[in-house]
Write a protein that binds this ligand. Sequence first.
Ligand code: IVH
Length: 670
Amino acid sequence: MEEIQKKIAALSEELEQHNYNYYVLSNPTISDFEFDQKLKELEALEKQYPQFADPNSPTKRVGGDITKNFQTIKHKTPMLSLSNTYSKEEIIEWEERVNKVIDTHHEYVCELKYDGVAISITYENGEIKHAITRGDGVQGEEVTANVRTIRSIPLKLKGNYPGEFEIRGEIFFPLDNFNDLNRKKREAGEDEYMNPRNTASGTLKQQDSSIVAERGLDCFLYSFHSDENEKETHFDSVAFAGELGFKIPLAKNNYIKKCSSIDEIMEFVDYWDKQRDFLNFQIDGIVIKVNSYAQQEELGYTAKSPRWAIAYKFKAEEVTTILEEVTYQVGRTGAITPVANLKPVLLAGTTVKRASLHNSDQIEKLDLHLKDSVFVEKGGEIIPKIVGVELDKRDPLAEKVKFIENCPECGHELIRKEGEAQHYCPNENGCPPQITGKIQHFISRKAMDIDGLGAETVELLYNQHLIENIADLYTLEYDQIMALERMADKSTQNLLDGIQASKAQPFERVLFAIGIRFVGETVAKKLAKHFKNIDALIQASFEELVNVDEIGEKIAISVQQFFQDEKNLEIIDRLKSFGLQFEIVEAENASNKLEGKSIVVSGVFETMSRNELKELIELNGGKNVGSISKKTSFVLAGENMGPSKYEKANELEIPIISEEEFLNMIKGDA
Ligand code: IVH
């Protein structure tokens, strides 16, 4: 037992160190694969020996804890805000006021003003104890389970940490992760998130911490106080927090700088006003702080904010250009998005040619006319937007922009449902971009992940009338594909193999892939887990649907509408007949179907990792063995099975079965 406990502790420590190397130092020393293997090993041990499970184990990083109601907790000291300014004159005035109070030598620290959500984290005996949002400054919500999933926040500290202390910082959404999330939303036909900060804030309040884990939030710490080990300056405290394992703004990146004069402060401000577009996170200004704690105390506080600090906020960058025309995009769900085509203009480091107009209300609100001179801004949102029109420059004869009434792709009359801002083309099965969009979504990486088939080939196949819906993919024949432009024997075979392999994709992926509006990856997983098979989902009443965790009315209505459509049911029937997975293979579905069987797992698999397959074998009563012998019942082989294993299996006449055959073997009630 002691051995096990030691093993758990050692694995935990090792994994946290790898986390730190990756997320804090950006310097990983093992592969993701190895990391996952070790994490799975730890998970398995914790499951088997729950007495050794630890609330701050690295396994908590993947989330899974559900918080139904976030508790309100009072901050030990209020979380104040900073006084803001948009003008450099006011920085100068502030600095003069500081000089009047502190007439001895003093230093400033300039740092970035991260545009995220403030968080206060308490550590006790080197372990994270609780994390509280800023709330109203006096009290906030306890979101510890969610904060534990943020990989750059240490769960256990290194070095000579104080027994108890609080550290504050800003949780934010790295832009690459934010864009990734929006790409997924787009693929699921859902509305995209507007800005990273609000999304970070919403994410932090998710009840299911595994959703937080998936999204990949990050955090910079900017204030650290403790009664023990107190440093004399803010800068030294931040550096000390770095030694304890926190992700801190690093001097080497110029994210933080000691300055001795107003000129140096301005230099920092100007540098970041230009460079901020190249960061992978958003900042909305610069914070300037007096470095010495003693001097900070001397300067004191107003009712709301410290006198020893000031925030300079950048203006959202804005330019004017000409609106050439408005075009309309048709998404895979039929949603129509108006796009402003602009005379190209340089804005925040990139050439902007287009701006999103969101919907017809937006066009009305701006009262847009063609050839208008428009203000374009790149602020909190990633996509530039038109924020106004220079009315005095408008030609009196200019033509007002009128929202289209018919689909630009298929000509069908558009509809706009009550209470919705978006226009839709309802011609789901006859509008080309909706048809190809649905197929492209179906084959995409997170859906059926069909190798060898890309968006362009889908267009080609559709244009050649070879496919009109997702089920048609499974009827494609060698000669038909071979006849397409740029297709050769190998690429044709690849495509056919990819289509064949997709039949083994698990039910939740199929459910995501069929493209029910508002059913993204996570919702598909929830639905699959709850209803277990497609027939139960088709039969589900509205009440049953909304009773599923995280399924709201909007999703429930959409699911029901989808299955009310005969055409969709027909497609599902066809997909079933082609052998796609329409029921879940569940861990709980333990059986004794493999009882007495010794199984060797070899190669790389399509739908599951080797470890997952091994777990499944055990759950179904089988035994995993490492090498092939006469006693081996069969070899479960993926791609690239080792040649010596292959030979040995043949020699001993041990059956070799595929992943698909294996999954079929353990499912069903036979
Ligand atoms: S220091 C007394 N430093 O800005 C306040 N705040 O209005 C001490 N923020 O709620 C805050 N980056 O969430 C500080 N480098 C930074 C910051 C920062 C962002 C946020 C913080 C606070 C708000 C102040």
